[in-house]
Design a protein. Structure first.
Length: 142
């Protein structure tokens, strides 16, 4: 079985570690790439500069609060680019603001999830994302 490629766009080191830990469980093979700001995410997805040989992700986990370009700006760029707009994007963020939820769905996010504060709950949430998006959902072929 081919491994699933996940792009984590997150600047918080603690959340990166917890997400990697949670995704480390399970029987599905995963490759996880991490970029820490919005501009770097666009470079990765458009295969520019240091990312010219990047492997396109099957799934993107995107935070809203990012340096350089925020998650809304990154999402809008992804969903307006015909070459990458098919990649499912999950907004995984600390925000629960109605304005962020609405703006995310207006920009065609596939799912909006507010990160739990407690580490155990965070791990459970990421495990649930994996269970649903990697075990039940049919992702587009590359």
């Amino acid at each position: 079985m081919e491994s699933i490629v996940i792009l984590l766009i997150e600047d918080n080191e603690g959340d990166i570690l917890l997400t990697r830990e949670a995704l480390g469980y399970g029987s599905i093979r995963k490759e996880i790439s991490v970029v820490k700001d919005g501009w770097e995410a666009i470079q990765f997805l458009e295969k520019k500069g240091a990312y010219k040989n990047a492997i396109m992700p099957d799934l993107i986990l995107l935070d809203i609060n990012l340096p350089k370009l925020n998650g809304h700006e990154v999402l809008a760029r992804i969903k307006s680019n015909p070459q990458i707009q098919h990649i499912p994007v999950i907004m995984l963020t600390t925000s629960s603001a109605e304005s962020d939820i609405l703006k995310s769905y207006q920009n065609h996010v596939n799912c909006f999830i507010t990160k739990p504060i407690e580490a155990d709950n965070f791990l459970e949430t990421v495990a649930a994302i994996e269970e649903f998006w990697l075990s039940m959902v049919q992702l587009p072929k590359k």
